[in-house]
Write a protein that binds this ligand. Structure first.
Ligand code: GDP
Ligand code: IMO
Ligand code: MG
Length: 422
């Protein structure tokens, strides 16, 4: 056994939470490697729906240990609230959740700066969770890490320096109200005892687990097309959701990775701004949104909807090294007579050979569609590939052919049992 990476292959919200929860049954450890509480991973068990933002989606399986790696940016307030929420469901957390001592913290000023920046001209449409500003501090080397919460003097000094700098920025650049240094220090000093039991050298913990041949799932947040390096920059998040991020974000070597499972929604969605070649700004897009319940699990914003885009998917497969696909939300397509799939891009009359990540180019794309026949019957009860209608099987096979990657899981509903393993 070794590490399996679960990566969102599109713009996030592909159903990573469902698949991670499902695969957790045969997993020892689930580890988040990047992002923060901008993620919203939904797990449906029976009639209950749970949305996780920071805690890995394996937490509902008693035998699973959950890790939040060094690559994640942690809002301690959000984390403590989420721990309390999960505990209130009767789930034991103590001894099952480990937090990297090296992970960076999201502070109130990060959230404030995130929201102020979004009032400017270049709106990204962020989740407002302070993600970008926290990663800025990490990379300018002024960030505050989880371990700093354990030394009140260090924490006080770092907070003071950071807040004084941010206050200057708030005052001079944004003409906004300054933050109260002492109030923030008082609030965050109190986290030491609460967070101490969870703090671990998670890289060391994982390397021991790898040595003992434990089964580990590395749970990506967001999606490949939101990757800071490989996504549709600047309309991206501030971390590396792509599979490479799992190594740096967990402190594990590439040689420990066994496989990469790409989570692919049977159509496309995107929240926030940025190019989206197959977007449907019409009644069909509205139908996908309504039937698919496409509203953000974190912010509640309506998700933009469109058809599946094989050009961006092939790019995602290449960048991530995806070797099998979990195709989700197939049941949402039950209602459509015809299902177009984007099989190529044309720009200024010319066919493009590869996915352009340049936003200007992407905004001028004309998708080339191939249309597949809908199956027009409910598939939520199908539990084997054979039980799917012929047109649904043909759709799955077409995606396999167009992508060159095997689809090993087909999800036909949000619940654990609404899954076909091939
Ligand atoms: P994540 O961020 O990738 O974990 O995905 P989200 O949880 O944000 O969004 C996926 C949504 O689709 C959630 O509401 C899931 O419960 C739901 N979902 C997952 N798989 C399926 C499926 O196969 N069919 C349907 N109808 N819903 C699904
Ligand atoms: P999960 O893990 C979908 C989007 C935001 C915005 C951009 C930058 O649930 O799939 P940020 O707050 O990260 O600075 O916002 O990224 N975004 C997501 N979209 N799913 C997510 O997470 C997302 N996390 C961030 O909407 O466009
Ligand atoms: Mg989500």
């Amino acid at each position: 056994m070794a590490v399996t990476i679960i990566v969102g292959a599109q713009w996030g919200d592909e159903g990573k939470g469902k698949v991670v929860d499902l695969l957790s049954e045969e997993t020892d450890i689930v580890a988040r490697y990047q992002g923060g509480a901008n993620a919203g991973h939904t797990v449906v068990i029976g009639k209950k729906e749970y949305v996780l933002h920071l805690i890995p989606s394996g937490i509902f399986h008693k035998h699973v240990t959950c890790v939040i790696g060094n690559g994640v940016v942690i809002d301690p307030v959000a984390l403590m609230d989420e721990i309390a929420m999960v505990k209130s469901f009767g789930i034991k957390i103590d001894g099952r959740l480990f937090l990297s001592h090296n992970a960076h913290l999201i502070m109130p000023y990060h959230k404030l700066l995130d929201s102020i920046r979004e009032q400017g001209v270049n709106k990204i449409g962020t989740t407002g969770r302070g993600i970008g500003p926290a990663y800025i501090d990490k990379y300018t080397r002024t960030g505050i890490r989880v371990v700093d919460l354990l030394d009140r003097t260090v924490l006080r000094n770092k907070l003071r320096t950071n807040i004084e700098e941010k206050n200057q920025l708030l005052r001079q650049m944004y003409g906004s109200k300054e933050m109260d240094v002492d109030a923030i220090i008082a609030e965050y000093e109190a986290f030491d005892k609460k967070i101490d039991p969870f703090i671990t050298d998670t890289s060391l913990y994982l390397s021991e687990a790898i040595r003992k041949k434990k089964a580990i799932l590395a749970e990506g947040a967001q999606g490949a097309l939101l990757d800071i390096d490989h996504g549709t920059y600047p309309y991206v998040t501030s971390s590396n959701p792509t599979s490479g991020g799992a190594c740096t974000g967990l402190g594990i070597p590439p040689t420990a990775i066994r496989n990469v499972i790409g989570i692919v929604k049977a159509y496309s969605t995107r929240v926030g701004n940025g190019p989206f070649p197959t977007e449907l700004n019409n009644e069909t897009g509205e139908r996908l949104r309504t039937i698919g319940g496409e509203f953000g699990a974190t912010t509640g914003r309506p998700r933009r909807c469109g058809w599946l885009d094989m050009v961006s998917l092939r790019y995602s497969i290449r960048i991530n090294g995806i070797d099998s696909i979990a195709l989700t939300k197939m049941d949402v397509l039950d209602h459509f007579e015809e299902i177009p799939v984007c099989v190529g891009y044309r720009r200024k009359g010319k066919k493009l050979a590869a996915f352009p990540t340049d936003v200007r180019a992407l905004e001028e794309i004309e998708p080339i569609y191939k249309t597949y026949r809908g199956w027009k019957e409910p598939i939520k009860e199908a539990r084997s590939f054979r039980q799917l209608p012929a047109a649904a099987r043909a759709y799955v096979k077409a995606i396999e052919e167009l992508s060159g990657v095997r689809i090993s899981i087909v999800s036909v509903g949000p619940r654990r049992d609404q899954t076909i393993i091939r």
